[in-house]
Design a protein around this ligand. Structure first.
Ligand code: FES
Length: 106
């Protein structure tokens, strides 16, 4: 499945992700700028923040409590579509998922 990452200048980058990996790990593997995934997906860094486009939000699992807390600390404004990309599992149904990536997360 493809995941499309859009940077803060509107540039799109489509990555071939594998079913079962996270939207964070696909981005890190492909070197998508702005997604760092410092903690490796264990919900402690917040450097994998993305804004999920509205049309895909319903297909994702619920926001977890720890994810919720960490999003308050993440770099980049918290918006309606804010998620930690390490908590989004790539599935065949999510093919074409579009997420916006904050400019910097350090
Ligand atoms: Fe650290 Fe997602 S990679 S919270």
């Amino acid at each position: 499945p493809k995941v499309v990452y859009v940077d803060d200048a509107g540039g799109e980058r489509a990555v071939d992700a594998s079913v079962g990996e996270s939207v964070m790990s696909a981005a890190v593997r492909a070197g998508v700028p702005g997604i760092i995934g410092e903690c490796g997906g264990c919900l402690s860094c917040g450097t994998c923040h993305v804004w999920v486009r509205e049309e895909y939000r319903d297909q994702l699992g619920e926001l977890g409590e720890m994810e919720d807390d960490l999003l308050d600390l993440a770099v980049g404004d918290r918006r309606a579509g804010s998620r930690l990309s390490c908590q989004i599992e790539v599935t065949a149904e999510l093919d074409g998922l579009v997420v916006d990536v904050p400019g910097e997360q350090v």
